[in-house]
Ligand binder design. Structure first.
Ligand SMILES: [Zn+2]
Length: 295
């Protein structure tokens, strides 16, 4: 691939809330991690927007001659997957595997490039457990009855990305707070096994990871603790990305991600398109009805 980097590429960095010239940590190379889907159903146009937005960035970086390591995860262990699988009487991992495959087909229909790596949570339990242990060893998490919670008050710059003070995010007004947490804002790194749920052995007993830790562990595994771009939907800024930053720094204080980039929502009649509101179109429906090139 030739070097077309004649012009500066400016990207909007959610961390500084400014457009900045992209300056990769390593000359000629870009490491990019984008939060992918939770695989429990067909994906909708909101997911398509995220995929296309970062595909466009990926293609442009390649066009500029960068060697890009593009990592986009699949969440295949999650409450939504377990609930859907229990409703259908299906194994949660086989249900999520099915929808990972459907998503890959959707990406092909949208003609998005395939990322360099598409890691799944269930394949990275060792990395996830090692990072949780590191956070505990560094005094930033605690174990209660087989659950592991992150101590938000050990994170000095918590709220830096979302620009909100931790007090504004305390749970408890609408949702009952788990009384075992030292602080209502603490969040689960590991959840003790419950009947009917998939679980993995760990030093804290059988269980499964909380949602946020997977992206800290998998981004560090594929891109190291310092990399260039972390992306995702704007709704992931809080709590997901804020928690990712806190966990990653608690495990490895040298962690640094240079540019945080977020795509907007797809709206339908001025409302965010989402599964929970029921106002969505799936990528599959749209591609089958409107894309003449799809077989
Ligand atoms: Zn993520």
């Amino acid at each position: 691939m030739g070097n077309n980097r004649k012009e500066e590429l400016k990207v909007y960095n959610s961390m500084t809330q400014q457009k900045e010239v992209l300056q990769p940590l390593v000359e000629g190379k870009v490491g990019m991690y984008v939060c992918g889907i939770t695989a429990y159903d067909f994906s909708h146009l909101g997911h398509a927007r995220a995929a296309v937005a970062f595909d466009l960035l990926y293609r442009y970086l390649l066009h500029l001659g960068y060697e890009v390591n593009y990592v986009r995860n699949f969440t295949d262990v999650d409450d939504k997957i377990i609930n859907r699988a229990n409703e259908k009487g299906e194994n949660p991992l086989s249900l999520s595997d099915r929808f990972c495959q459907e998503y890959r087909k959707d990406m092909d229909d949208l003609q998005c490039f395939t990322p360099t790596h598409q890691p799944r949570v269930s394949d990275h339990m060792e990395q996830i457990k090692a990072m949780i242990q590191q956070i505990i060893d560094n005094g930033c998490a605690y174990v209660v009855d087989g659950d592991v919670f992150f101590s938000v008050d050990r994170s000095l710059d918590y709220g830096q990305l979302s620009r909100q003070r931790v007090e504004n995010h305390r749970a408890g007004e609408r949702v009952a707070v788990d009384s075992r947490k030292r602080d209502p804002a603490d969040f689960a790194l590991w959840k003790a096994a419950k009947p009917g749920e998939p679980s993995w052995e760990s030093p804290w007993g059988p269980g499964r990871p909380g949602w946020h830790i997977e992206c800290s562990a998998m981004s560090a595994h594929y891109l190291s603790h310092k990399f260039d771009i972390h992306g995702g939907g704007i709704d992931l800024i809080f709590p997901h990305h804020e928690n990712e930053i806190a966990q990653s720094r608690a495990a490895c204080p040298e962690t640094h991600i240079n540019y945080w980039m977020h795509n907007g929502h797809v709206t339908n009649n001025n409302e965010k398109m989402s599964k929970s509101l029921g106002n969505f179109f799936t990528i599959r429906d749209v591609s089958e009805n409107y894309f003449s090139f799809v077989n």
